[in-house]
Ligand binder design. Structure first.
Ligand code: UDP
Length: 240
């Protein structure tokens, strides 16, 4: 078995990736693709994998707040949306034979374990994929920040931030708007913050910077990308 570059990783899967072409809801084919890649990498490379799922395919707190809702209330709706995605991913992973646990930051005893750090680590050691749902459990945060927080808590070696809609890393400008935009192979946390590069929100980047947690930003839907990163091939953009 090839030695993976990191033995424990945290994969961030944005909710929007699950929406597929439709832009809303859950596209089973997309979930299947992500789950298959995770299960294969887990089995072939023996990497411990934890996943944070977003909820943007169902609900975003900012959208609710923009329409006049109380921001905290709207954010709780967003956190609940992540639980729906987590259960979809769990089902798909388990159909592929990959044992999985969902841990939620919002208590929901009938469908998910509560988030307990030490128990999550134990699951990982036993080869289970742990899906963290419910964000941080607090409004005014994002699931990118959740990913950074959980990655640091479980002592993951890297945060793999999967993007979607064809963007395969961090660019000097928005590649959809600027034809001269160039993809960067490596950047520092401070470059991201100071230059306002589109990577993750500043809370998430700062948490990674303060804890020297590297981030790889890559195209989640590119076939074999997770494996390539873990085998040490250059994919996406490394933030360190
Ligand atoms: N959210 C929150 N606290 C958290 C994580 C998420 O309030 O710790 C809410 C927030 O409203 C956010 C929504 O959940 O808009 C969905 O998460 P996010 O937008 O990060 O999902 P993604 O962009 O990854 O699909």
């Amino acid at each position: 078995m090839a030695e993976p570059r990191w033995s424990r990783v945290l994969l961030k899967v944005s909710g929007e990736a699950f929406a597929g072409e439709g832009g809303y809801g859950i596209d089973g084919a997309v979930v299947q693709r992500v789950a298959r890649e995770v299960a294969e990498v887990r089995a072939d490379l023996g990497v411990e994998i934890a996943i944070v799922v977003g909820g943007g395919n169902i609900w975003r707190g900012m959208a609710g707040a923009g329409a006049g809702m109380d921001r905290a209330q709207a954010d709780y709706m967003g956190m609940l949306a992540t639980v729906i995605n987590a259960l979809a991913l769990q089902d798909t992973l388990e159909q592929l034979g990959q044992p999985t646990r969902v841990q939620s930051a919002i208590h929901m005893a009938q469908v998910a374990e509560p988030y307990i750090r030490r128990r999550a680590i134990r699951h990982l050691e036993k080869g289970r994929v742990v899906i963290f749902a419910g964000g941080t459990g607090n409004p005014f945060f994002t699931t990118d920040t959740t990913a950074a927080l959980r990655a640091v808590e479980i002592e993951a070696g890297v945060l793999l931030k999967g993007t979607h809609s064809g963007t395969d890393g961090i660019y000097t400008a928005d590649p959809k708007l600027d034809p001269n935009a160039q993809r960067l192979d490596e950047v520092t946390y401070l470059d991201v913050l100071n230059q306002g590069l589109r990577a993750m929100d500043s809370t998430a980047i700062t948490l990674c910077m303060d804890n020297q947690l590297p981030i790889v930003m890559f195209d989640l839907l590119g076939e074999g990308n997770v494996r390539a990163i873990l085998e040490g091939r250059p994919v996406g953009t490394l933030v360190h």
